[in-house]
Structures are given as C-alpha cells and as structure tokens.
Design a protein around this ligand. Sequence first.
Ligand SMILES: Nc1nc2c(c(=O)[nH]1)N[C@H]1C(S)=C(S)[C@@H](COP(=O)(O)OP(=O)(O)OC[C@H]3O[C@@H](n4cnc5c(=O)[nH]c(N)nc54)[C@H](O)[C@@H]3O)O[C@H]1N2
Ligand SMILES: Nc1nc2c(c(=O)[nH]1)N[C@H]1C(S)=C(S)[C@@H](COP(=O)(O)OP(=O)(O)OC[C@H]3O[C@@H](n4cnc5c(=O)[nH]c(N)nc54)[C@H](O)[C@@H]3O)O[C@H]1N2
Ligand code: SF4
Ligand SMILES: [Mo]
Length: 722
Amino acid sequence: MEAKKKLSKKKNIFGVCNLCEAICGIEYQVFQNKIQTLKGDPKDPLSKGHLCPKAFGLKDVYEDPDRIKRPMKRSKDSWTEISWDEALDRTAFSLKKVIKKYGPDAVATYRGNPNVHNLDAMLYGTQFIKSIGSKNRFSASTVDQIPHQLVAHFMFGHQLMIPIPDISRTQYFLILGGNPMASNGSLMTSPDIFNHLKNIKDRGGKVVVIDPRFTETSEVASEHYYIKPGTDAVLLLGLLHLLFREDRVKLGKLSKFTRRIEKVEKMVRDYNPAFVSEHTGISEESILKLFFDFTAFPKAVCYGRIGVSTQPFGSLCHWLINSFNILTGNLDSEGGAMFPLPAFDVHKFVGAGGYNRYQSRVELLPEVCGEFPVATLITEMKTMGQGQVKSLMTFAGNPVLSTPNGKTLESHLKKLDFMASVDFYMNETTRHSHIILPPTHFLQSPHYDIIFNNFAIRNTAKFSPQVLLRKKGSLTEGQILKELQWRMEKGNIFQNIRAFFRKKVRDFMTSQRIIDLALRTGPYGMFGIKKFKMNLTLKKVKKELHGLDLGPLKPVLPWRIHRPSKKINIAPFILLKDEKRLKKYLKKKIGDDELYLIGRRHIRSNNSWMHNSERLIKGKDRCILLMNPEDAKKRKLGDGEIVKITSKTGSIEVPLEVSEDILRGVVSLPHGYGHDKEGIRLRVAKENHGVSINDLTSDLERDEVSGNAAFTTTRVKITPVN
Ligand SMILES: Nc1nc2c(c(=O)[nH]1)N[C@H]1C(S)=C(S)[C@@H](COP(=O)(O)OP(=O)(O)OC[C@H]3O[C@@H](n4cnc5c(=O)[nH]c(N)nc54)[C@H](O)[C@@H]3O)O[C@H]1N2
Ligand SMILES: Nc1nc2c(c(=O)[nH]1)N[C@H]1C(S)=C(S)[C@@H](COP(=O)(O)OP(=O)(O)OC[C@H]3O[C@@H](n4cnc5c(=O)[nH]c(N)nc54)[C@H](O)[C@@H]3O)O[C@H]1N2
Ligand code: SF4
Ligand SMILES: [Mo]
C-alpha cells in the first residue's frame, strides 16, 4: 500500500551522479518508480548546475534490460537464476572450500573502480574481504592512482593525504598527463571544469598542458607542450634543477616543517635544460618559459594525473610534483596544491597505508597500501605452489578489459576452482564467474560520498536520499557484502557466537548511522577542530537538500600531517633511489619502427562499462587509433584503413585516424573496449565492440616502486592488415 502510494506521486529528489569523480548535483524527477527527467541542480554548492552527457547513463543503466537483477549460477556455459540464499551460501561455501584445501591466500579479490563511487561498497567491502583472510588483494588502484597514494603515505603519513589543485584561485595551472575536459577531472573533484579553466584565463592566469596528444583540455588551455611518453620525471627534475640554479626556492611557512631539502638539491644537479630537452622532446626555450612563468605567478600549481601515474616512473613523478609545489611555496597555500577538509574525515576511516609490510608470493613485490599490484595477478594464478591463486572474487570490476595483458588473465580465469562476482552486468570478466551476485542500482540506496569530498576543490557535504524504490527480493550492495561476511565468519560454535555478535553490530551500524557518527566526530562535528566546529550531524546535512557549503579550501598544515614528527618528508629514501633507475632507463632506445601506445578518454564513455547505453555510444566509432601524419606516411597507411597493432604481448586490428594532434612516434587508443566476446550480455556494447588495448599492454612493465601498470610506455609496431 505504502509503496503504491509513493509510486503514484511525482517527486523531485535532489541527489548526485556517481559515475565519475565530479559528484554533480542532480534533480531527479521520479514518477511510478521511473526517472522521468533529470537535470543539473543549480543550487548544488559544488557543481552549480553542471552535468555532462553521462548523467543520463545512470537512467539508462537503471532501465537496461541487460542489467542483472537476480543472482545467477553458471554450469558450464548455461546460466540459471537462483535464490539469494543459494547464491550467498554457495559463494561462502566455495570460498571456504578453497581456503580449506589451499589456504586463504588461494582466494584473490579484485575491486574495480565503481567501489569508490558506492557508499555501501566503501563501508562494508573491506570488512568482508578481511573475513577471507587472504593477502592476495588487488584493485583498479594499481592501474591508476596508487603512486599518488604511496607518495602521500611517504611524504605526509597518510595514503589519502593527496594535495588537490585549488583551481578556483590559482593563476597558473600546469597539467601533466590529465585531460579533465574528457574525464571531468580526477583526484580533483571539480565539476564544470570548462568554466574553471576559463576563469583562470579570464583572471589573467594560464592553463598549460603537457601531453603527447593535443587534447580537449589543450584546446581550452593557454599553452600546450608535447612530451615523449614516460619522460615527465625528467621534466620535473629539470624544473627542480632550475629552482635551485635560479635561487627561486621559496618555502614560506613550510620551511618550519620541511626537512632534507638538500637531498633533493643534490639529486637534480644533472637535469639542466639541455639534458631535459634531449629526453622529453620539449625545447630548452620552452622549459625555461615553463619554469619562469610558473615561478612568476604568486599562485601556481602543478598537477599530474593518470598519464603520469601509469608509467614506469609514476611514483617518482608524483613525488616530484609535490616537491615542486612545496619548494615554490605553493603547497597548502591558496591557489596552490591544497588539502580538502571533508566533513566525513576519511583519513580516520581508511588506514594510513603502508609499504612492503609483506611481499607477493612469486615476484616478491612489495605490498602497497594493503594490496598487491594487479599486474602480478596473472603470475600468482599461473605459478604453482602453496598459495597459488585458485579462486577469484571480483567486485564492480572488469579486469579482463582493464588490466594489462587482459587476454592472458582471462585464460587463467577459466582454470579457477571458483569465481564469483558482485556485479550487475555479465561482462568480459564476470561471464567466467560461477556465481553473479547483482546488487541494486546506485539510485536505489542513499548515498554520501566519503571518497571524493576528500579530493574536492571546495569543502561541501551532501546527503543523497534513495531515489528509486527497491523491488522485493533484491539486495543492496551492503546487504550482499554483510550477508557474505556473516557466512564467511561462521564456523564452530565459538566462531558462530563471534560472527553473530559482529553481524548484530553491522546490522545496527547502518550506513546512515556510520555517516552520522563520522560527521559528529569529524572536523566540523562537536568534537571537531575549533576553527571549523559547527556541531555537524547527518540531520543538519540532510536539511540542506542541495548540499551544505563548507567553504573554499583552507590551509591545514602542519597539524593534519599524519607523521608523528608532524614534518613533511620531502626526500623519501626509496624515491631518491629511484632517480638512479630513471637515469638507466633513459639510456634505453626504442626500435626504429616502434611507437609508444598511449590511452585516451572520451566524455561519453566510462572505462569499460557504459558502452551498453545507446545514447552514449552512438555516433562515430571511438575505438580508433590516432597516428601522426608523418608516421602514417612512413608506413604508407591512410586514414580509415584497418591496421594491425603488435606488441610483445599480442596484436589487435583497429581502424586508423591520421591526426596532427598526436606527437610523432606516439599512437593513441582508448581502453575499455573489446566487447565481441561470446557469452557477454551487453547487446548494445557488442554491436560497438571495438578492441581491447589491454591485449597489448604488458603485465611485466610496471612502476618498480608502486607496482602500478606502466601503460603509457607500451611499444608497438603498426602494419597494414593486408
Ligand atoms: N590501458 C589502459 N587500461 C586502463 C586504464 C587506462 O587508462 N589505460 N585506466 C585504468 C583505470 S584508471 C581504471 S579505474 C580501470 C577501471 O577498471 P575496472 O574498475 O576493472 O573496470 P570498469 O570498467 O570500471 O568496470 C566496472 C564494473 O563495475 C560494475 N558496476 C558499476 N557500478 C556498480 C555498482 O554500483 N556495484 C557493483 N557491484 N558493480 C558495479 C559494472 O557493471 C562493471 O562490470 O581501468 C584501468 N585500465
Ligand atoms: N569520460 C570519462 N571520464 C572518466 C573516465 C572515463 O573512462 N571516461 N574514467 C575515470 C577514471 S577511472 C579516471 S582514473 C580518470 C582519469 O582522468 P585523466 O587522468 O584526466 O584521464 P585521461 O583523459 O586518460 O588523461 C590522461 C592524459 O595523459 C596523457 N598521457 C599519456 N601518456 C602520457 C605521458 O607519458 N606523459 C604525459 N604528460 N601525458 C601522458 C594522455 O594523452 C591523456 O590526455 O577519468 C575518470 N573519468
Ligand atoms: S561530470 Fe558527468 S559523469 Fe561526472 S558526476 Fe557529473 S554528470 Fe556524472
Ligand atoms: Mo581510474
């Protein structure tokens, strides 16, 4: 009755979009449990009405007939719907069976990107994974931002203490390896990036892009410089070299709590503009211009994103970026790189991170912030012996398309004793599962973003109510994870008592209670920091339907540093040492006929999983290879031609687009495609399948410090198909 009444009324609900890091505010108009329309919420203090075309993808996913709504069991190649009890029991039973036979490390887990966009997954996922007891934890972080986290852990004592460019106030915004006009910003929650960039220019400032491709962001920038892939660390060392040479080190208040600067000075001695130019391909004149412009503006910030994370020197790059911001006096200062102060202080909720506390079984790779690089998952699966991975559980991920050497990974999935996935699509990965456990849609649960407020360019807090009702017999992400944990923890009588008690606590600690507690104990809560205290509670946040504005970013150092000394470690030993590896790397030459293969994002796409939305995928084929006209001419290749790309890992065929926008010696292809596989249930995506770039990337090429996949230095040969 109640539900029927709710359905018959038209409702306007203010929530957010969780598809990317921008967390745009949305007004949803709902009727009969369907989204009638949605539009940007102009009163949202962060997004101020902005929306990108992808927002409609949320509606499309909700209405997608391919979205799985009931648990499924696979026997050989046929699937049957089963009850939730059977699905949960079977999953826990099978995991326990593997653990009993081979030990807990035989169960690997992989958490994909949407986990961080999902409140329940954040609150209950880690606990369930802990209940498995395996060290073989993997996630999309190690094909993405793990260098940022590791460097933050080394320098500031917490993996989530990542400085964010204060783009609302900066005068000089230097972007390396990021294309926010396509990605909507990453590790920089900044909806409506176009206007933010425009405003920088309008107030007399500059936006400068360093990228091997002239990107959508370059188009709106003041300057663009082409760089040879994988050489950003050299450029950054060069900028630091000039800082000491020109005597422009300016620490300001940071001098009180920054130590060991002399180590950095010593390290950068060799990186004079001539050396830097030789390796990066950026002219000496441009390097000097970059340096003098940056240091001339009182408020400047250097920012690096995935193009500089997913390379062999990802950690080195992010360390050097932080160091450059520190040594120019731009850290923790208005218009520079600042630390958000979110109302839900995720620094307290997530551990500070760590490094090398234990090692991977086969390659002895260091643990990074509680996980191993996903690039070593293949090795862990294929190498026999105690602790070999025999079972995998994936959560909102698609490693077959997203991780290096995906095809080989896939071949090992087929051999697993047991695989299960918490996911609502049968994709290239989940089709190999024995059980699929589909949670309800994002809009069927309340949301509070506990991750991206920690990376936002403004401090705000917003509670998004549940927008759509759940159907009877469906389970939310949180319910699935909690039920699984309960089943994993049960055992003998003592374990049962303990498990029962823990379950009761979990059931009591609903997501809203956790948020309320975190807000009360957070910086704006009653036990908060004097300057910010406002007795914040969830009730108060809920009252602000559009979101609560907590103001622009404010300086938080040194008190927010998590190191016991309260000092920034500007010269972590492991990173200092890594510079020597860079010097050796620079001596290596690429073959005459080889090119670097880099990635590309498109505003209407989202990693591997939004290609089933007709309205987003329509239009020109996007899975095409971009190549410079000189390179095409040399190979006698023409626009539109199908070409074969071959790397050490594999080969694929794809249409070519000849373009002036890409640097000579480099080609570009987006990731997340390759939907032509048997057995996937993505009808629209299948028709626009494309090919997977990760059938070319190597699981053995990594940033040696963090283990992050080194995608951007993949070397390929391109030949005509006939
Ligand atoms: N070569 C190359 N490879 C890359 C990249 C690159 O630039 N180049 N980028 C890398 C990056 S940055 C990332 S983050 C990864 C992404 O890699 P993954 O995280 O492995 O893949 P996604 O495509 O995000 O897959 C998301 C899956 O989550 C499911 N899903 C979506 N929402 C939910 C939800 O609320 N709950 C549950 N349970 N499931 C949900 C979808 O159905 C889909 O199956 O790819 C990486 N791979
Ligand atoms: N529309 C859309 N938005 C997304 C996503 C999506 O798939 N589609 N994915 C989301 C995810 S998971 C993430 S992590 C973020 C990523 O957000 P961004 O980091 O902004 O992502 P990209 O657009 O891939 O930008 C990376 C840039 O690095 C450049 N690059 C490649 N190699 C090098 C190099 O060696 N040096 C330098 N300087 N540049 C290099 C590439 O040409 C590219 O322009 O985007 C998020 N937003
Ligand atoms: S930028 Fe687009 S995809 Fe990202 S949160 Fe906003 S509407 Fe959603
Ligand atoms: Mo990502």
